[in-house]
Write a protein that binds this ligand. Structure first.
Ligand code: G3P
Length: 217
């Protein structure tokens, strides 16, 4: 399972990249706003830190303007992945860009039928938002299961990128279902390492080691 960092915070991205656990980055207009940085500049900087796909989202709602924005964004670096919304214009843009060899992430997916459309449009990634789905009384993980089933039924190559991940249980469930990628805030990714028994075990081992009076170095 690939891990993408869902942030435009350079310090966080650098720190996570150094662990070797990050395969890409996703951003959206809200995360760019939160970063307080210029969109093009910060995207370029992120693309220089990670080798994998870096999602940069168009903000136009019509196909023609989306294409113009995508044209500018894809010139930033070879690993830019254009993010488009799940609308008919977004899907049309997705088809045009993927036919041209550009990676596309179709975002704001909330139904399996939407995911089916994105796969038919040749999307590189489909981003179902599990957290927001849960927030609104739906079952985010059922959506991931349904998309996995449909994509496997027809051998679609579009990768399921589980987004709007809020906690470790989302990550675990998505991995069990067989999602290809998950994107999460850095805090959630760092939190995956935590276990009270790991901390307790380290404490016990260190105490006994100190009692031996030895040192490895
Ligand atoms: O990747 C999409 C993600 O940023 C949305 O997350 O927490 O705003 O629902 P959230």
């Amino acid at each position: 399972m690939k891990f993408f960092a869902d942030t435009a915070d350079i310090a966080d991205i650098r720190e996570l990249a150094e662990t070797g656990l990050i395969d890409g980055v996703t951003t959206n207009p809200s995360l760019i706003h939160k970063s307080g940085r210029d969109f093009i500049e910060v995207t370029k900087e992120i693309c220089g830190i990670v080798d994998g796909p870096v999602s940069a989202e168009v903000v136009a709602l019509d196909h023609e303007t989306m294409m113009k924005e995508a044209e500018k964004l894809r010139k930033i670096a070879d690993n830019v992945c254009i993010k488009v919304p799940l609308t008919l214009d977004g899907l049309k843009t997705c088809r045009a860009l993927t036919d041209d060899g550009t990676m596309v992430n179709v975002t704001l997916c909330f139904s399996a039928n939407q995911a089916l459309l994105a796969a038919k449009a040749g999307a590189t990634f489909i981003s179902p938002f599990v957290g927001r789905h849960d927030d609104n009384g739906f079952d985010g993980m059922q959506l991931i299961e349904d998309i996995r089933l449909i994509y496997d039924n027809y051998a679609f190559e579009t990768e399921i990128l589980v987004a709007s991940v809020r906690h470790a249980t989302h990550v675990l469930q998505a991995a069990k279902i067989g999602a290809d990628v998950m994107t999460a805030p850095p805090k959630v990714i760092r939190g995956l390492v935590n276990h009270v028994l790991t901390d307790k075990g380290i404490g016990g081992f260190l105490k006994d080691w100190q009692s031996t009076g030895q040192s490895i170095l």
